[in-house]
Design a protein around this ligand. Structure first.
Ligand code: 0X9
Ligand code: CA
Ligand code: CA
Ligand code: ZN
Length: 318
């Protein structure tokens, strides 16, 4: 389990209880389901937050994902904080109510529960990143858009950025893909936006990661301007640095490139606290959780606000 100094973090069982409690305390606006199992058989929980949560309404859909990388435990807390703020704030905060009423928000608070549990199993952190299938696959190199295209992932199983033997070879990415595919209704993808949380470096990133070019086939100058404008505005609320994801380094097979490349889902990656560090940058004490999750309240509100039409941020219609 988590070592002393870290007991404020949620392990998988604690996260599961928290999600179940939220759903039972707020049955009209929170509905919990599993989109399938991890490699080792843990549930991949997906909490829907919306008014009339049991009904599929005609509202822009949003998907928030956390913990693709095992050791990035602060991101689980980010998803849980986001859930708690929207559900507990619903009756008292009119701005929150307006967002919850006008969106259907899916939250996958742990994409990689096996890796996360493995990271804490001995009581001291292992520094583990990947899932637990064989030698481990880096889930954020396993998505099926330009998978393995560009030197932004590794073909060797021992690497921390091993892309897997084929796109979506990991059950964790495959189940989220299946879920996102299932949200095509009447030929229209219902999910408009995605926010994927990582640690660390305090960055707001947008596609593409596979090329240094700002634009590419499937991402025109106008779209790039909308990505940049909303990314920059969100970053101005949390003090992160906004940039195209390849400005960090080239990656291929990432969730954001797939979401955008496959479906034109406006997908951002947030790299949370701290701004720099070595391996210990992945392990901030639990005393920082409250401040470092609340730090993204305004950015996530803005993200939800524009989720009906991201191009509104540059004065365009959808
Ligand atoms: O390498 C990653 O997957 C991310 N950094 S982390 O330290 N959390 O592992 C950065 C990904 C940036 N690229 C894209 N989001 N495409
Ligand atoms: Ca609704
Ligand atoms: Ca819907
Ligand atoms: Zn990460």
């Amino acid at each position: 389990d988590f070592p002393s100094g870290y007991t404020g973090y949620h392990n998988f069982a604690e996260m599961t209880s928290e999600l179940q409690k939220t759903a039972s305390d707020h049955p009209s606006i929170a509905k919990l389901s599993s989109i399938g199992k991890s490699f080792q058989g843990r549930d991949l929980w997906n909490l829907k937050i919306s008014d009339n949560a049991g009904t599929d309404e005609n509202e822009p859909e949003v998907i928030i994902t956390c913990n693709q990388h095992a050791r990035e435990h602060l991101t689980v807390e980010m998803c849980l904080h986001f859930i708690q703020r929207l559900t507990d704030g619903y009756t008292t905060n009119s701005a929150i109510k307006a967002l919850v009423d006008s969106r259907e928000i899916w939250v996958v608070s742990s994409v990689n529960p096996d890796g996360s549990e493995y990271d804490i199993a001995t009581g001291s952190f292992r520094g583990w990143r990947k899932n637990r299938q064989g030698a481990g696959t880096d889930l954020n190199r396993n998505w099926g858009y330009k998978w393995g295209c560009c030197g932004g992932s590794s073909g060797s199983t021992s690497s921390d950025t091993y892309r897997g033997p084929s796109a979506f070879s990991a059950p964790e990415t495959a189940r989220i893909r299946d879920f996102v595919n299932s949200r095509v209704v009447g030929g229209v993808q219902q999910i408009k936006t995605n926010l994927d949380f990582h640690t660390f470096s305090e960055l707001v990133l947008w596609p593409f990661g596979w090329t240094y070019n700002n634009t590419a086939p499937g991402l025109d100058a106008n779209e790039e301007r909308a990505f940049r404008t909303l990314g920059t505005q969100m970053a101005s609320t949390n003090g992160y640095t906004p940039e195209q994801s390849s400005d960090l380094y080239i990656t291929d097979g990432t969730i954001d490139d797939w979401m955008w490349g496959q479906y034109k889902i406006w997908s951002y990656t947030f790299e949370m606290y701290p701004s720099s560090g070595g391996l210990n940058g992945f392990y901030p004490r639990d005393t920082v959780i409250a401040a470092q999750t609340a730090r993204n309240d305004r950015a996530t509100d803005m993200f939800l606000q524009y989720s009906d039409c991201v191009k509104r941020v540059i004065g365009q219609t959808c």
